[in-house]
Design a protein around this ligand. Sequence first.
Ligand code: BES
Ligand code: ZN
Length: 647
Amino acid sequence: MRLPIMTFWLAAAVAVSGCSRETPQTGDSAPEGSAAPVAAVVEHDPFSYAEPGKVRIDDLALELAMDFDAHTLSGSATYTLDWRDGEARQLVLDTRDLDIDKVTGERGDGKWQDLEFDLAAADSRLGSKLTIQAPDRNPRIRVSYTTSPGASGLQWLTPAMTQGGKQPFMFSQSQQIHARSWVPLQDTPQVRFTYTAHVTSPDDVMVLMSADNDPDASRDGDYRFEMPQAIPSYLLAIAAGDLVFEPISERSGVWAEPDMVKKAVAEFADTEKMIQVTEKLYGPYRWGRYDLLILPPSFPYGGMENPRLTFITPTAIVGDKSLVSLIAHELAHSWSGNLVTFATPKDQWLNEGITSYVENRIVEELYGKDFATMEAAIAQNDLRASLADMDPQAQALAIRPEVEVDADSTYTAVAYDKGAWFLMFLEQRFGREAFDAFLRQYFDDFAFQSVTTSTFADYAGEHLLGKHPGKVTEAELEQWLYEPGIPDSAPVSASTQFDRVDTLRQAWLDGEGLPAKDATDAWTTQEWLHFLDSMPPTLEQAQLAELDAAYGFTGTANGEIAMRWYPLAVRSGYTRANGEIAEFLEKIGRRKLIMPTYAELVKTPEGLALAEQVLEKARAGYHPITTASVERVIAVAKGEAGAPVAE
Ligand code: BES
Ligand code: ZN
């Protein structure tokens, strides 16, 4: 017998990790009059020690001093608490590598008293559990602390590692579970809080946060921030450096180092149009300003959707706007992720899959169907390739509660590309009009709440399957959510541009010579990516040399091309590219771009030696998350560690 979707999921959740029914949190900005469905059955978050059923942080007030010599933040975090369980007398927080100085609690008479606390030994995955005794259930509690110079969620760069070379730089990357390395917190997306911050820094350094940054703020080393909308901890962000601002529109602009800012504004000039297109599809942008911050090349991701201030890799600035779907993606998170948030990182697809779908819709509106189809086809091919050597358990959108995953590796093609494909399937079956209305309503109904896959499945069951019977069966929905592989019902994105590229590539492989120059001259970056994506696993030296002579792949400034060309070169033993490979791996810290090349290098003794040599040179400039990924791949290759973890 087939169980109904929700029962099926909950049965598994209860059996393995237990679950508790929580009152859904309606944020301040939940739309008036919309009866938000009470569906938030929150599963235990395996990545946090927090006990949100007992007590929740409603507001966080940070008081931090930034020390660029010591590479630390020090000061205090003050929490305004909502004690939910009448029996609760403890506040349990997540921390990692923090030096806890003292803990105080505000009493009824307004005086602050010392509170007892216990900092447990560190767990390598979760960090150290901080248990604070609060017999009086203090309405406010304050923790005084200092971060460690090696904090996993922060990177400190010397002036020499920046573009301008004059001032130091620092930035945070809190997702997945690194906020706890710079603020003691309930580090789970089941808790949302508003925040304020007072940050001091050297005078000439500009400090920004995922809050109300003022484009006209004077640089004086003393900064105040306010974030009036409740956010989950992974969206807490800070950055500091020689940063200047240039507007794109009234509500949008770029923060970057002076040398970079004009280039970035030109590359991302369509940002305001993107906001408008998304608003038309899914309702108003609710966060005030939408600014971009351009990070140094060591930033470990392409982008991070920190509210009001998306963090962006400089590798997306290639001069021809060809990689701007990254902005569409991060902007889309203002609806899917920041507004409606996964309840635990295991439900990553709810953030990343829905966002990747919305990203493609934005791209289609702005750059046309052909372009959007090429991007969707690249993602679908990438997913097919990733599934080929992926554990079937990891291939389901909803990772079952009993399956253990590494927090930083929930970042897979399944969450992104299978997630987006699932929504394309729903759109195709229900029609664009009905599906757009559904998604818009979903964002409104669950605004400022955390949701699980079962919430989504129930909601879709009622508002799509129930409302438009006969279009999608429950079995089809279940297959997409809970089964491995790509369902037969997946609508494949077929690109005529890519068909042409396939024909030309095949002709060359068959010995008929390279495509005519006027054909390739008109190719977009996406066509080049597809040209490389569907090459055989290895090529002859002469073939690689011929491609290089014609197209200059070795040494390319386009990281998306490099991340495809270098692994092919390594697999084919094309050692002529080693110098450029080393340079690329040393300079770029974005994991998605460099890990495929490392993964190929470590497969041979010579390659492994090169990888180790590169890591030693790059280490000082790498972000802790990137260093950890590279070290893991090297250790696994040397037989020094357990199973490899997907990037
Ligand atoms: N939120 C993610 C980055 C992330 C995911 C950090 C999981 C830590 C854990 C961000 O929105 C993202 O998806 N970035 C992509 C952008 C790409 C898909 C356009 C990236 O970094 O490559
Ligand atoms: Zn994303």
